[in-house]
Design a protein around this ligand. Sequence first.
Ligand SMILES: [Zn+2]
Length: 340
Amino acid sequence: MPVATADQYAEMLDRAVGGRFAFPAVNVTSSQTLNGVLRGLVDAGSDGIVQVTVGGAKYLGGGDALAGARALAAMARELAAPLDVLVAVHTDHAPPDSVDGFLRPLLADSGRRRANGEGPLFNSHMFDGSTLPLEENLGRSSELLDIAAAAGVVLEVEVGVVGGEEDGVRGPDGDRERLYTTTPDLLRTAEVLGTGERGRFLLAATFGNVHGVYAPGHVELRPGILDDGQAALASVRPGARFAYVFHGSSGSPADDVRAAIAAGVVKVNLDTDAQYAFTRAVAGHMLANFDGVLKVDGGIGRKADYDPRSWGAKAEAALAAHVAGAARLFGSAGRSLLRS
Ligand SMILES: [Zn+2]
């Protein structure tokens, strides 16, 4: 089955909202990482999301982020076609200065595809306006929501600020309270963007999340903030629920992850821990085979050891195992739309 259609992605998200589970959304930067993620999803029988940041797309595209994003979407379409799980493609964390050169052209691609009766190029895009004042963030998000909805694309927005750093985008250092979205901000988001009637959106609401991995005690997650938001929303719009996104899940205790999913998280981003799983396997190969990957003391090394496929296959297998484990924790394992 190819990449999810707009209707299939909507059904994936509906099932996650209703079934209280979440999809792994894994950052990729290459064909190796893409293949590792796809294999992990298949092994777990889980649908899922592959995503690139603007920086990841730039790397993938040899310096051209737009070309890299388009190449990833095309590659995912080819490689996912024979699989028996559904894969959605997403771009993550586009800051305001990437909207014109990155988000709008990709949305225009999807608009053209839709006019030709095809599915969108990307199933969803994140606009990260968290550095802007709330009203400006929501105003820009609102404009992008209209464009996305017309192209059959879901928009992800961020309200509150994720701490730490990802791809050069840094959260706040000093003011820890800014890491926690407030209920009034969540309600204001629903007031401006609606709850689906104008177009579907995913909400990266922050509850203490920080990108990256830190020593225990550095990060204090409060998933109750997400529950409070759902309760407040239900009181003004009966039956409505936010579809939350969990950024900065790496290093989080499993109980916090489960609590966040129970509170309505449907997409959990995996980056730092997945990067480590991949690179740890490469490091293991290099250290165990140093005299094969290096020409030591006038030796000639061993082609079988320095062929990029030998260490690449190990890295992909390690990434796949990490993704499959995440799918089991998030409850998406064994629940692919295509196997039900
Ligand atoms: Zn993030």
